[in-house]
Design a protein around this ligand. Structure first.
Ligand code: GRF
Length: 206
């Protein structure tokens, strides 16, 4: 299975995927391309260190979402990508892209959907909202991507406890370490082993 990974920042989720592929936990998967929305993303450095071709395809170089979608579609088709993984990707994918790759795009969201999801809830923001609301349990979600942000069928979730002395940064770190870096590679493994069955809004793991 050829996977293409979309990144924008540090690439710690990318690293978690690379590690699980290299140690053989995820089998029959090849990371054929890493695409960053920003030229300075450390994620591109991580890809390079592991001999994976990285490229920056930035939204600001395109006059509209349709052209951006087309650029991404032709890039991934060129690499015969079977599954697109959004790993800390901060740009928006349009209708053309999500239609072209329907059922073959997954995203990691740093909260338990439907909490704190949708437009504007990315990076550190969900964790700030969790602390403001005095919530005791948060976590991360891997879901299939559909047009509406963070709203596709849920594949995996993992809960993480909020500590009394948490700051948004310490909470984000724990959610990444204890949840994101585990469930995103796991979702890829399940997809690669054809263990995910989508029934309407639900995903069954067989
Ligand atoms: C993190 O906030 C993570 O929760 C979200 O994207 C951000 C950066 O992740 N998914 P990464 O280190 O670039 O993978």
């Amino acid at each position: 299975l050829n996977i293409g990974i979309l990144v924008s920042g540090g690439g710690s989720n990318l690293q978690a995927i690379i590690d699980k592929v290299e140690c053989g936990y995820i089998k029959n998967v090849r990371i054929v391309t890493v695409v960053s929305s920003r030229p300075d993303a450390y994620a591109l450095e991580r890809a390079k260190k592991h001999g994976i071709k990285g490229i920056c395809i930035s939204r600001k170089n395109f006059s509209n979402i349709e052209e951006y979608d087309e650029a991404l579609i032709s890039h991934f088709k060129g690499f015969e990508v079977d599954l697109v993984v959004m790993a800390g990707f901060l740009s928006i994918l349009g209708e053309r892209f999500t239609r072209a790759y329907k059922g073959r795009v997954i995203n990691i969201h740093p909260a338990l959907i439907p909490s704190f999801c949708g437009k504007g809830f990315y990076g550190i923001i969900p964790h700030q909202k969790v602390l403001e609301a005095g919530i005791k349990v948060t976590g991360a979600t891997v879901h299939f991507v559909e047009l509406e942000a963070d709203a596709g069928p849920i594949i995996l979730q993992k809960a993480v406890c909020v500590e009394d002395d948490d700051t948004p940064e310490t909470l984000q770190r724990r959610v990444m370490e204890q949840a994101e870096w585990e469930i995103l590679p796991e979702a890829i493994r399940l997809f690669a082993e054809n263990k995910l069955v989508v029934e309407g809004r639900k995903v069954k793991i067989i």
